[in-house]
Design a protein around this ligand. Structure first.
Ligand SMILES: *Cc1c(COP(=O)(O)O)cnc(C)c1O
Length: 363
């Protein structure tokens, strides 16, 4: 049986009745925007993360734009962001009217560090976007020590933690995406902003509703970007499962290691204090594209992520750094491939993936 990159369906089978009941309740209530489900989910998600505030928004991209504006980022401010991430991490900066300044990542963890961020800081730096890439928390403590406000882009890291604190509780503000394939995925678009800061939370709340606190007076030019009631009702069913799912993903990563994956590819390095949520299990190999094609012949789906890193994207040309200045990013972009990973990937199937790697690489 082929092994897909994601499996978002199997973990939901046991929850089917409960999900349909909760969605039916929303339809019977007839309140679809900013009602009791969103309010309850915001409380439950904040409690889960151990933060004071969670604000539901329309998607993970808006969460970054609104989160940055709530931190005070505005026209022509510089915001440091890794180039090796999903496009939205930088697009959201431009949508907040600021300028992305691309930095490199650590080649082993693929994440930003205080060192990779530091070289990109200037007197105009207003904030840093630190991405918990592929579900592994970035070292937010050392990055925050740089003294610039940090937005943690935790879109891929629901269920991860660092030093016993949850991803999403590590920055001055953090953002999530509930896009269906994310670790906590909705049946459509959704996102959240989380923070301990009362002022940032209040501003973010106003910005998601057209810049108004009371629906009568409009203080800012904001956004129409809300998590909706149906998605919130679903997410309230899924949230209590997240830790179990994350444990299963960690067990799958462990199974890859035990099956000897490191003999064939460069397996991901997990920093000491990090417990990743393994949104994606990304390895590197000098002939990544040939490997992806070979794995497909063996029924294993693999794919490259961010082959063209952000600093080389046409829309980001105005912000492009000197060519060659982000060597770890360029190398990872060329050599990475993601292997199957999900809460439903058991040790047997992880073993089959490693066997397929062995077969393709002629071992
Ligand atoms: C998915 C993702 C986003 C954007 O989330 P959407 O809900 O799709 O807008 C932002 N940053 C990262 C790192 C992501 O993986």
């Amino acid at each position: 049986m082929p092994i897909g990159l994601f499996d978002t369906e199997t973990p939901l089978i046991a929850l089917r009745e409960q999900i349909l009941d909760r969605l039916a309740e929303v339809v019977e209530r007839g309140i679809y925007i900013l009602g009791p489900e969103v309010k309850a989910f915001e409380r439950e998600f904040a409690d889960y993360l151990g933060v004071k505030h969670a604000i539901g928004v329309g998607n993970g991209t808006d969460a970054i734009t609104i989160g940055l504006r709530a931190l005070g980022v505005g026209r022509d401010d510089e915001v440091v962001v890794p180039s090796f991430t999903f496009y939205a991490s930088a697009e959201a900066i431009v949508n907040a009217r600021a300028r992305p300044v691309f930095c490199d990542v650590d080649p082993a963890t693929r994440n930003v560090t205080a060192d990779t961020v530091r070289v990109a800081l200037t007197p105009r730096t207003k904030a840093i976007v630190a991405v918990d890439l592929f579900g592994c928390p970035a070292p937010l403590d050392e990055i925050r020590d740089l003294g610039v406000p940090v937005l943690e882009d935790a879109a891929q890291a629901a269920g991860a933690s660092f030093d016993g604190r949850r991803a999403g509780a590590l920055g001055d503000v953090a953002t999530f995406s509930f896009y269906p394939s994310k670790n906590l995925g909705a049946f459509g678009d959704g996102g959240a902003i989380t923070t301990d800061d009362d002022d940032v939370a209040e501003l973010a709340r106003a910005l998601r509703f057209h810049g108004s606190r009371d629906k009568q007076t409009f203080e800012y030019v904001g956004y129409n970007s809300r998590l909706d009631e149906l998605q919130a009702a679903l997410l309230r069913v899924l949230l209590p499962e997240l830790d179990t799912w994350s444990e299963r993903r960690r067990a799958a990563a462990e199974a890859y290691a035990e099956a000897g994956i490191a003999q064939y590819v460069n397996a991901p390095t997990v920093p000491d204090r990090a417990e990743p949520a393994w949104h994606l299990y990304v390895v590197t190999h000098p002939r990544a594209d040939a490997l992806i094609a070979g794995l497909a012949d063996h029924g294993v789906q693999a794919r490259a992520y961010y082959r063209r890193p952000l600093h080389q994207q046409p829309a980001m040309a105005p912000y492009a750094p000197t060519p060659g200045s982000l060597p770890a990013t360029d190398e990872l972009a060329r050599t990475n491939l993601a292997l199957p990973m999900s809460a439903a990937l058991d040790a047997g199937r992880a073993g089959e993936v490693v066997a397929a790697l062995a077969a393709v690489l002629g071992d």
